[in-house]
Ligand binder design. Structure first.
Ligand code: AMP
Length: 444
């Protein structure tokens, strides 16, 4: 199969040739004809499957072939994304695919001044990529009208809900014309997503290109159990031992990102960090430098989990496990992209056992554990498996050995002092996280 046999027009084929895309990926093979035929779409496709081109190519074709010229302060197609980074990246791809077409594209998101965005929208744009919060701001300030909208794309819809955008989506839904084409892409399909799809989509065609909730199998994954306080030391040890060249590291909190970056920089390691407290321009610069291999280690919170597309990223390290199990899939989706193989290593301490269990249940696999000599944890990480079972009953406490051996030490106390062990291990991934604010963030 080729892109030409899918019915794409010549200017798009030319753009794809320049990009070196030869064969459509499975999601593209299914989505392109369906979107060209005007169908609504509900697509289960994780990141790295080529889903962006799957919706963008037919969308660009329809906008070129059909419909009136875009009016002032209007958009003919809207692509909603959960994060600024993803919006930027989707926009860059769309602009690349559209380069031989007479269409205008633009991306708007929070964290940067709204005025230039309002100016840019005056003439109208054919395709607008937006994060929900900023889109609503622009609409409320009359900088954007949506009555000309032909197509709405919800990209990474599950992520939008996880980030607390359900209210924004409900508001946007009320702003949309009734007659439109809607395409919903999501890596995972929870009940909430199905509810959203039920409201937003009209007789959608369902496509699924990877088994539900299964992480990309091109990524080799394992876990290194370690005590929380020794994670940074272990990271540096593994980095030196494995001669890691380009690593994307995920930490749970902004403070965690800053602390690790400080520590690495203090050791003379070329590291930078991105998180929501940093201005958009700083985040973009760090990303660009990482992509250009000018920065060796990029430490990020989950805000960066979606938007990053780095060719041949060989390794992702979960310095902390994500609170939301689905984020694990998105994080490791940063490697092993477009058919390449990658590695994902998670440094897991005892009080993350419930998150580990939730991830194993979601991805239906028991992650291999590899003990690193000299880093065996004092606080043992209880056994877990894909059934969601956590062997949480501590065995009889043993006195810590003073030398040699490793493994099962100090079993009676597997949470750090000062922390409370959960009464029941929660095997359900946490669904609700605080409302994501696309505007500038205040330091806590
Ligand atoms: P996505 O899942 O949309 O984030 O795409 C993942 C990566 O695959 C991006 O770097 C795309 O440029 C690349 N890609 C998408 N479609 C193709 C294709 N048909 N052939 C080769 N690479 C592709």
């Amino acid at each position: 199969m080729t892109f030409a046999t899918l019915g794409l027009i010549e200017p798009l084929l030319r753009a794809l040739e320049t990009l070196g895309y030869q064969t459509p990926t499975p999601v593209q093979a299914q989505a392109i004809p369906a979107v060209l035929a005007g169908r609504d779409l509900m697509a289960a496709a994780q990141t790295g499957t080529g889903k962006t081109a799957g919706f963008a190519l037919p969308l660009l074709q329809l906008l070129t072939m059909e419909g009136p010229k875009v009016a002032a302060n209007s958009a003919r197609a809207l692509i909603l994304c959960p994060t600024r980074e993803l919006a930027e990246q989707v926009h860059a791809s769309v602009a690349e695919y559209a380069k031989h077409l007479p269409l205008t594209t633009y991306a708007v998101y929070g964290g940067v001044s709204i005025n230039p965005q309002m100016m840019k929208l005056r003439k109208g744009v054919d395709i607008l990529v937006a994060t929900p919060g900023r889109l609503i701001d622009l609409f409320r300030q009359n900088a954007l009208k949506l009555n000309q909208l032909q197509t709405l794309v919800l990209d990474e819809a599950d992520r939008m809900l996880d980030l607390g955008f359900s209210e924004e989506l409900a508001n946007i839904y009320r702003m949309l014309p009734k007659k439109r084409q809607t395409l919903l892409f999501s890596a995972t399909f929870s009940d909430d997503i199905r509810l959203l799809a039920g409201q937003m989509l009209n007789d959608p065609l369902s496509i699924e290109v990877s088994p539900r909730n299964v992480a990309a199998n091109t990524v080799k994954q394992w876990v290194v159990p370690v005590d929380k306080k020794r994670k940074a030391e272990l990271f540096v040890h593994l980095m030196r031992k494995g001669r890691w060249k380009q690593v994307l590291v995920f930490a749970k909190t902004r403070n965690g990102v800053d602390a690790l970056v400080d520590k690495l920089q203090g050791l003379g390691i070329n590291a930078d960090g991105i998180h929501g407290d940093k201005p958009q321009a700083t985040r973009q610069r760090a990303l660009d430098r990482f992509k250009a291999s000018e920065v060796q280690i990029l430490v990020a919170t989950d805000v960066a989990a979606r938007g990053l597309d780095i060719e041949d990223l060989p390794l992702v390290v979960n310095f902390d496990l994500p609170i939301v199990a689905e984020d694990y899939i998105h994080r490791i989706g940063r490697t092993g992209r477009a058919g390449n193989t990658g590695e994902a290593i998670s440094l897991v301490c005892a009080d993350e056992v419930n998150m580990l269990s939730a991830i194993e249940m979601l991805t239906r696999q028991t992650l291999t554990r590899k003990m690193e000599p000299d880093f065996e944890p004092e606080h043992r990480v209880p056994d877990t498996d894909a059934s969601g079972q956590v062997v949480k009953k501590p065995k009889k406490p043993k006195k810590p050995k003073t030398s040699g051996g490793g493994g099962k030490r100090n079993l009676g106390k597997w949470v750090d002092s000062g922390e409370v062990a959960p009464a029941e291990p929660s095997i359900k991934p946490v669904r609700k996280v605080p409302v994501f604010n696309t505007g500038p963030r205040k330091k806590k």
